[in-house]
Design a binder for this molecule. Structure first.
Ligand SMILES: [Zn+2]
Length: 145
């Protein structure tokens, strides 16, 4: 048996709050010590390959590497937020709900124009729909007059 817990799962399954389809999101928002260690190891290897000894410039390279991994992880996390099925972006929704709604409408309109969408069997059919105001039934005449 392999010990799978050694590799922390960076993404997890969740259900979209809007279309209720299952999707994956990245859990990792920031670098951890593994990333710092990896940057350190890469810098050390590069330093040895280039100069065969300690060179202070490598500290700068190490810092750049750490900052770059932090940016990449944040971008990856942010990019994984919008739902791939309906385009709903929960973070944007908390800040600008109108903008989030507009993007979902655009996304769905674009999706419905592609044949792939219909081959998947209309995955957005379970979307919450705006309920139409029921028109009051015409007054009925009592038969007991
Ligand atoms: Zn969705």
């Amino acid at each position: 048996m392999h010990n799978r817990s050694m590799f922390k799962k960076t993404n997890q399954k969740c259900f979209c709050a809007f279309c209720k389809n299952q999707r994956r999101v990245y859990r990792k928002k920031h670098i951890d010590w593994t990333n710092v260690l990896m940057s350190f190891v890469s810098s050390t290897f590069l330093m040895i390959a280039l100069w065969q000894g300690f060179q202070p410039e490598i500290i700068l390279f190490f810092v750049v590497l750490v900052v770059a991994s932090e940016i990449m992880i944040q971008v990856r996390w942010r990019m994984s937020l919008p739902c791939p099925h309906c385009g709903f972006d929960p973070l944007l929704y908390t800040r600008k709900p109108e903008e989030a709604a507009r993007r979902v409408v655009n996304f769905i309109e674009n999706q419905r124009e592609t044949p792939e969408y219909w081959l998947k069997g209309d995955p957005l059919r379970q979307l919450p729909r705006r309920k139409k105001q029921k028109t009051a039934p015409p007054p009925q005449l009592s038969k007991r007059i």
